[in-house]
Design a protein around this ligand. Structure first.
Ligand SMILES: *Cc1c(COP(=O)(O)O)cnc(C)c1O
Length: 343
C-alpha cells in the first residue's frame, strides 16, 4: 500500500452537525454546494454523509462535476450552477441533473432541446455575475421551473445591498412561478429567516467556514491538515533557517522540518504567522514556506521526533486572519497530495 505522507483528516460528525445547524437556523430545507470537489474535501463523501443527515439538494458547477458524483442518496436532486452550453446538452439530456439556466441563450437552448423537462433558473438581483436580469423575466414564459434562484453579493457584510436583493427577489418570486425559491448561501442563512425562502444553498459553512459572527460557536472545524516530521535538528544561536535566511535563531533552537509547503496549498503568506501542534503543544512556523517543506520551532515539544505527525493550525477564521487568504481559498487550495481520511 502507498504510504501517503500527508493527510487531510476530516470530521464527519462536524460536517453533519454544521449542516443541521444551518438547516435549523434557516428553518427550511438546506441543500449543499459540492462544487470544486466539495470545496476540496471530496464531493462524493460529502454527499453521502450529508445524505445520511437528511440533505437532498445538491449543487455543482459543471456537468463533469455532476458525472463525477456518482450515485446520490435516494430522492436527491442535483443542479448544475453554470447551466447548459452547447457542449453540455448531450450530458444534460442523458442524466437527471437539472441545469440552473443563467442567460437568455441558455433559456432558448433549453426550451428548444428539452421543452418537456423542468429546470432551475438564476435571477440576477444585483450581483451582475450570472443570471437573467429582472427586466428579462418575460423570457421565462413556458419554462417548467423547479427552483428559482438568486445569489447575494454581500451576505458576509452588513451591507444595505442584502435587503435590496432580498426585496427584488421577493418581487420576482411573486410574478415568476416555480415550485421553490432559493436565495441564501451560508452567510445569507445567518442574515435571518427573511432570507430563507423555501431552500437554502450553504457551502463554506458546511466545511467549517464561519461566514458571519452569528455562526461563531456553532460551526465547527471539519478539515485538519496533518504532516510528518522529516527531520528534527538543532539550529545554533545566530544561524538562519530556510530560503532567504529570513529567520535567525536568537538562541539555540530545536526545529522540526515538516513535509508540507506551498505546492500542497500551504501558501507562503503563512510565513511569520502559521503554526501547528503536536502532543497538545504549539509549534510556531519559522522562516519561509518552501515548496514541500516548512520549519517549526519544536522547542516546546521535546518528544516530537522524525516520523511523528503534526496538525497544522487550520481553523478557517483564524487561518484566514493569519494568512490573508479567504476561508474558501484555504480549503479549495489544498492539493491532492493530502490523503482525505474521514473519521
Ligand atoms: C457557491 C455557491 C453557494 C454556496 O456559497 P457559500 O458562500 O460557500 O455558502 C450558493 N449559491 C451559489 C449560486 C453558489 O455559487
Amino acid at each position: 500500500m502507498t504510504h501517503y505522507a500527508l493527510r487531510l483528516r476530516l470530521d464527519s460528525k462536524s460536517l453533519q452537525d454544521n449542516w443541521r445547524w444551518l438547516q435549523r437556523t434557516a428553518g427550511v430545507a438546506a441543500g449543499a454546494a459540492l462544487k470544486a470537489d466539495g470545496y476540496g474535501l471530496g464531493a462524493r463523501s460529502v454527499a453521502h454523509l450529508l445524505g445520511e443527515a437528511g440533505c437532498r439538494d445538491f449543487f455543482v458547477s459543471t456537468w463533469a462535476e455532476a458525472a463525477a458524483l456518482g450515485q446520490l442518496p435516494d430522492g436527491s436532486s442535483l443542479c448544475v450552477l453554470h447551466g447548459v452550453g452547447p457542449e453540455d446538452m448531450a450530458a444534460a439530456l442523458a442524466g437527471t441533473a437539472r441545469p440552473v439556466l443563467n442567460t437568455p441563450a441558455q433559456v432558448a437552448r433549453w426550451k428548444e432541446a428539452a421543452p418537456d423537462r423542468s429546470c432551475d433558473v438564476m435571477i440576477d438581483t444585483g450581483m451582475n455575475r450570472l443570471g437573467i436580469r429582472t427586466d428579462e423575466i418575460g423570457l421565462l414564459e413556458g419554462l417548467d421551473i423547479e427552483t428559482l434562484h438568486s445569489h447575494l453579493a454581500c451576505a458576509d457584510e452588513d451591507s444595505a445591498m442584502n435587503a435590496v436583493q432580498r426585496d427584488r427577489f421577493a418581487a420576482v418570486a411573486a410574478t415568476v412561478s416555480a415550485r421553490r425559491y432559493a436565495l441564501a448561501n451560508s452567510a445569507g442563512i445567518c442574515l435571518g429567516r427573511d432570507y430563507s425562502f423555501d431552500l437554502v444553498r450553504p457551502g463554506v459553512a458546511l466545511y467549517g467556514g464561519v461566514p458571519r459572527p452569528e455562526a461563531d460557536g456553532h460551526i465547527r472545524q471539519v478539515a485538519f491538515p496533518e504532516a510528518e516530521v522529516v527531520q528534527r535538528r538543532k539550529i545554533r544561536s545566530g544561524e538562519s533557517c530556510g530560503y532567504g535566511a529570513t529567520w535567525t535563531a536568537a538562541a539555540d533552537t530545536e526545529a522540526a522540518i515538516v513535509n508540507i509547503g506551498y505546492a500542497d496549498g500551504y501558501l507562503r503568506c503563512f510565513a511569520g504567522k502559521g503554526s501547528a501542534s503536536a502532543y497538545g503543544k504549539p509549534l510556531p512556523l519559522i522562516g519561509r514556506v518552501s515548496m514541500d517543506l516548512i520549519a517549526l520551532d519544536a522547542g516546546a515539544v521535546p518528544e516530537l521526533s522524525e516520523g511523528d505527525w503534526v496538525t497544522l493550525d487550520y481553523d478557517l477564521p483564524d487561518a484566514a486572519a493569519a494568512s490573508g487568504l479567504s476561508q474558501y481559498e484555504l480549503l479549495t487550495g489544498l492539493s491532492e497530495r493530502l490523503q482525505r481520511r474521514w473519521t
